[in-house]
Design a protein around this ligand. Structure first.
Ligand SMILES: C[S@@+](CC[C@H](N)C(=O)[O-])C[C@H]1O[C@@H](n2cnc3c(N)ncnc32)[C@H](O)[C@@H]1O
Length: 235
């Protein structure tokens, strides 16, 4: 593990979740997706299992598999004491079929089209995919464009991504922006870790500076972009 990645993992240790998200947005997905009733659900790139916990609280009978490449996150997920199968692995190569594949804040690692292609063969009849992805909501300011152009050059618009989902052979059932609260809780937890870790090393300070730049952009420009929660089924 590089020193930079180690610092990154230390910054993320002990957070309630590892990216923006909200209980209400996920409950909304579950309400639409639970017809027919969900039997087996994959929390793809589950991190420390925040959304797995929400899913199991809402639907206690569900068989839940959570997968993440980071062992530290999987250990944190297991420590929640949930009735779930948490595994270290790649979210695209999980065996078996699912009624819902949920992926919060991680399809950008593989690319949307690659994920949709890989998951198609893992959907049971009537199965659905839900994911959240950061997109432009309107015309971005120069500052926001410069930041995200560097951090995530492939970032699309809400409708642009919906079109790509449809072009991949899926029908978009719902596309809801996450809204401010989904970011605030996540950033507040990160801010506490930043304050605690500042000055630990030059590598750590560089990692903190990048995260602080992202939060400062959010403070000044939120509304130009948001995570949007997309729910879809094969067309
Ligand atoms: C922004 S975090 C989101 C975590 C969690 N879904 C949440 O919302 O709290 C992204 C996660 O994707 C995981 N990840 C990245 N690529 C992955 C892959 N190919 N397979 C499984 N997990 C992956 C990372 O380890 C990290 O936990």
């Amino acid at each position: 593990m590089s020193e930079e990645f180690e610092a990154f993992m230390e910054l993320y240790a002990g957070l309630p979740r590892e990216g923006p998200g909200s209980v209400n947005s996920l409950l909304n997905v579950l309400e639409i997706a639970d017809t027919p009733p969900l039997g087996r659900v994959l929390d793809a790139a589950c991190g420390s299992g925040a959304d797995s916990e929400t899913i199991l609280r809402a639907l206690p009978g569900v068989e839940l598999v959570g997968v993440d490449t980071q062992e530290a996150f999987i250990n944190a997920a297991r420590a929640r004491g949930l009735q779930a199968d948490f595994r270290v692995g790649d979210m695209l190569w999980v065996d078996g079929g699912f009624d819902l594949i949920w992926c919060a804040g991680a399809v950008y690692f593989t690319g949307v089209e690659t994920a949709l292609e890989a998951w198609r063969g893992h959907l049971r009849p009537g199965g659905k995919i839900g994911f959240s992805e950061v997109v432009w909501l309107g015309k971005p300011s120069a500052k926001a464009k410069a930041f995200w152009g560097k951090a995530y050059p492939q970032m699309d618009s809400l409708n642009g991504l919906a079109g790509r989902i449809e072009a991949s052979g899926y029908h978009v059932l719902n596309a809801e922006p996450l809204g401010r609260t989904g970011w605030q809780d996540y950033y507040n937890a990160l801010r506490a870790n930043i304050a605690r870790l500042r000055g630990k090393s030059t590598v750590m300070d560089a990692v903190l500076a990048e995260t602080e730049a992202e939060i400062a952009l959010y403070d000044a420009h939120f509304g130009e972009y948001d995570y949007v929660v997309y729910l879809m089924e094969p067309a």
